[in-house]
Design a protein around this ligand. Sequence first.
Ligand SMILES: [Zn+2]
Length: 633
Amino acid sequence: MRLQRLAWLLSSCLLFLGACRKPEAAAELSMQPPVVLISIDTLRSDHLPAYGYNEVSTPAIDALAADGIVFQRAFSQVPLTLPSHASIMTGLLPAHDGVRDNAGFVLDPKTPTIASILKAQGYATGAAVSAYVLRASSNVGTGFDLYDDQIPFIEGAPTGNLARPGTETVAIMKRWIGEHASVPFFAFVHLFEPHAPYEPTYDAEIAKADTEVGELIASLRSSGRYDDALIILLSDHGEGLGQHGEQEHGVLLYREALQVPLIVKLPRSERKGTRVAEAVQLVDVLPTIAALTGAPAAETDGHSLAGAIGAHPIFSETLYPRIHLGWSELRSVIDYPHHLIDGPKPELYDLSRDSFETQDLRETDRRAYAKLRSVAATAPAAVVTAPRIDPEEAKKLAALGYVSAQPGTAHSDLNPREHLPDLQKLKEVTLLMRQREFADAAKSMEDLLARNPGWSDLRNNLGFAYEQLGDLPAAERTYREAIRTTPELAPDFALLLAGVLVARGALDDAEAHARLALRTNPNGAHEVLARVALARNDLGTALQEAELGHADFLAAQVLLGRRDPERALAVLQRIYDTSQKQKTQLPRGFFIVTGDTFMALGRTAEARQAFERAVALHPDDRVARERLQRLEK
Ligand SMILES: [Zn+2]
């Protein structure tokens, strides 16, 4: 390390001397390596050929692994996208950076991040992400000059699934790298393949992500920056794939949810083809980058992987079961080879002999169990701290009449693994919802809620089912209950409630609830505020809010209201193309507005086609039928 630092010191002298003679050459002489961080969401290391898997082909990742160091045992701090990325960016455990769930938590923008540290060293910093949960308002992008999170908000879609294809994200970063190739730069690229839904399989999504990685690396090569670049490829967490009953991630803390790929290619491919067997963790990424770029190391929970690697306990957690399902949270500590999963019924595994964690050693290896327990006791914030609720939001909630118990005090002893069958029942409900059997779905969900009263995600779906059934009072009741029982998610439920209140014509109440979500979900909040303004016939405000919320569909309606059907049609076309490309649902009422736009343009035949599609999609939609009947006359 000392040698490397000396090299940088030397290079800054060269930089200075060079600047006197030939200023434009200064950047070229700089030894600050470009840093490229690639995060492939939900990627299990044991589904990559670089880690011994052979059911999928990943030539780009293989090539990077051949040029770099493969960390064979790297683990995530938390199996959730936003908290895990916050830990990567800050080098801090979730208990220290305060980001403990995808919903309701944002990073304190004063916390040093990889981007802010490198920016202070003179780096250009650019990022593009592919999932809505990593939106800029989460502050996970603190320190980036460019943080591209343009992912359309689709009303009614679960926010966890809002994403854009990696090809679009990579295209943005290729352009950005091209523009910054001659200066020290830090590029962060987040790809959402292979996160569910899989198209068509988990492995196929991995192959897709690999193609995107290949595109990015090719552009680094063509701009001449591959060789001297520090490239880090990782994932934020794994995926259950049914191994212990969980299909996706977030509820359980077994190895498959925590172990991730971590590949580090050093400048000039030093130490290429090395494999490291020591257990390491995602909070090590920031100290590693700091060490390799000569940046001052911030205080973190990790350790640089650039030199000798010591043994450190790895702490992980998930509060998801408590916040979303009303079950107990889980914590885990890996003191390799032992893995303790701590909850209502602690379990102990030996990862070196039982990597699929089928033999619980808690009763048989009392000595290891006692040791891991004592290590676990040193974890920060072993006791759950109350989730942070913004005091302003708490005040607004109180003003709206929500008097609740203290947030975060609803402890539960329900063991997540034992209650997974109820999660399985939710799968059946989801299927009913997809088949538009909303009445049956609502009945099943009311039953599940009776057994799991803290299951906030269920109220999310139940409210949606009632909305689809046209039972707005029941939807309103469901969302209001959710705000009361899960105050940490109050802003999200307030936004859903605001949507119902607009439909019920309670515009002032709708506006007050939408404003509650401005901090945690600005796009969604602006979208609802635009609808409130539209209902008030305040077109100026509506257009402004629609633009703030990237709410194209609303903008199209406003443009139509402003007698500008040409521009409205262009926006509608863009929405249609995007939904075709991304295979996402069109917003409700899309074909009615499209028909109205064609009518305003005097293109009656196309208007008729649009109304016919509206009726075909929603045969019970009165408005669509009336439009068609009017045309028939
Ligand atoms: Zn993720």
